[in-house]
Design a protein around this ligand. Structure first.
Ligand SMILES: NC(=O)c1ccc[n+]([C@@H]2O[C@H](COP(=O)([O-])OP(=O)(O)OC[C@H]3O[C@@H](n4cnc5c(N)ncnc54)[C@H](O)[C@@H]3O)[C@@H](O)[C@H]2O)c1
Length: 419
């Protein structure tokens, strides 16, 4: 890949996932120096990317963001250039600055979107319609109709559009998928994902208003389940239930419609055998206990005709104890922030990094005419086309909660629709 043209990339969103800088300072989560910008700075060092730009809404944040990146990335790893072009410029505040930034780009360049859930669709569509390749964070869109529109648009403009489902690149998850393929008909899947109540402070701006905890966290394991079940079963019906009362009470006082814990109960139909049906339960919570030694609780269980699989991604058999903060379980398989023996960034094998690198490699390969965007749909990668059922289930879950009814999922011609 070394002689392929370097790629120019625009990062949309300047928050926790992109830079590790949140409105209230450096993130206190497991992403203190972010994922996207750090990975792209390293890929620039390794000659895969070239010009980098970043767009947010509030241009006044950039001096602090630059200081944070200088100190914690350039000041820690050798040979790291943390420069980037900013939008909006001159400290302006502009929610449409992404249009200005995108209008200055050339077809074939790339946009990586980590912005609030409700903004994913308009920003991604704007970029795709201008011939730009897009990596979009989860949940790709909140509505199935929007997801279908992005599939169509990416096809029409012949661009790569991936959803950043990084768990697919966790060696445990991808191995588990291969093992699941040997276990016959699907029977039962149960996933739990949680974050501590303190996240209700971090997410105050949008929690319960703009999105919910199912979209935010269950999107991960719904995607993994859909990916495992490709060619095995399809979802047919979703019923949702929510626990409430903690987020809307002291000291969090979230808006009245905020749920604490959302469970989606999903019926799956085997694609090969009419009599085999499966059940999946996807639960997500942002009211888990504080001080549990983990940032995200995450485990799942898969049972099929000939065996089962258990994964606990929160406890990797690696824990630390500090006198002041107690025990914590850490996961360097996701982002490894400790430098190499030569003093360089050393996290190239982390699945948070790999997920972004795979997108950059695919785009450079397409730009060099070595591959077509549609090739990646056949490779079980999280392309926009391959992730449509994840959005179908999440959207059906939201409708089920709002309208207090089961929601059907079915295929009509080439389209997945909700009933
Ligand atoms: N933080 C994580 O651990 C994590 C992990 C995976 C995925 N995500 C996803 O990332 C997205 C949010 O990213 P975050 O966690 O960095 O959030 P954040 O709240 O820290 O940052 C959001 C950023 O989006 C920007 N933004 C908002 N509207 C915009 C617009 N119209 N144009 C350009 N920028 C805009 C804001 O300026 C801000 O910089 C969510 O969809 C979330 O599901 C986050």
């Amino acid at each position: 890949m070394a002689d392929l043209k370097k790629l120019n990339v625009l990062m949309c969103g300047t928050g926790e996932y992109t830079t590790g800088w949140t409105g209230s300072g450096a993130s206190t989560s497991d992403k203190k120096i972010g994922v996207v910008a750090l990975t792209l700075f390293d890929l620039r060092r390794l000659d895969k990317v070239d010009h980098l730009a970043m767009v947010g809404v509030n241009g006044k944040k950039f001096p602090e963001i630059r200081q944070h990146l200088e100190k914690n990335i350039a000041g820690v790893y050798k040979d790291m250039d943390v420069s980037f072009e900013e939008f909006p410029k001159n400290g302006l505040v502009d929610a449409d600055a992404y249009k200005v930034a995108i209008n200055q780009m050339s077809a074939g360049e790339a946009v990586i979107i980590f912005t609030p859930d409700s903004t994913h669709f308009p920003i991604a569509l704007y970029a795709i319609e201008r011939g730009l390749h897009v990596l979009l964070t989860k949940p790709a869109t909140q509505l199935l109709a929007h997801h279908n529109t992005l599939i169509e648009a990416a096809k029409k403009h012949n661009v790569v559009c991936f959803v950043e489902h990084h768990k697919r690149f966790d060696p445990v998850y991808s191995d588990a998928r291969a093992k699941a393929a040997t276990l016959g008909e699907f029977n039962f899947f149960n996933a739990w994902m949680s974050q501590p109540k303190s996240q209700l402070e971090t997410f105050r701006a949008w929690a319960g208003k703009d999105s919910d905890i199912s979209y935010y966290l269950s999107s991960h394991h719904i995607d993994i389940c859909c990916w495992i079940l490709e060619g095995i079963a399809v979802p047919t019906r979703v019923v949702a239930s929510a626990a409430t009362g903690i987020a809307t009470s002291e000291p969090y006082n979230c808006v009245p419609q905020t749920e604490d814990t959302i469970t989606l109960l999903v019926d799956w139909q085997s694609v090969k055998s009419q009599k085999h049906k499966g059940t999946a339960v996807y639960t997500a919570s942002w009211t888990a206990p504080l001080k549990a030694g983990i940032h995200s609780g995450q485990h799942w269980y898969y049972m099929a005709e000939k065996g089962d699989i258990n994964v606990d991604q929160a406890h990797r058999g690696y824990d630390l104890t500090y006198d002041d903060s107690g025990k914590s379980w850490v996961n360097p398989f996701y982002m490894k922030y400790s430098p190499s023996e030569s003093g360089h960034f050393d996290g190239q094998r982390g699945y948070g990094y790999i997920s972004i690198e795979k997108f950059i490699d695919a785009v450079r390969s397409v730009n060099a005419n070595l591959t077509q965007p549609s090739d990646y749909d056949k490779q079980a990668l999280p392309t926009i086309a391959n992730t449509v059922l994840t959005t179908a289930i999440l959207n059906a879950g939201r409708i089920s909660l709002d309208e207090k009814r089961p929601v059907g999922i079915k295929r009509e011609g080439d389209l997945w629709i909700l009933e």
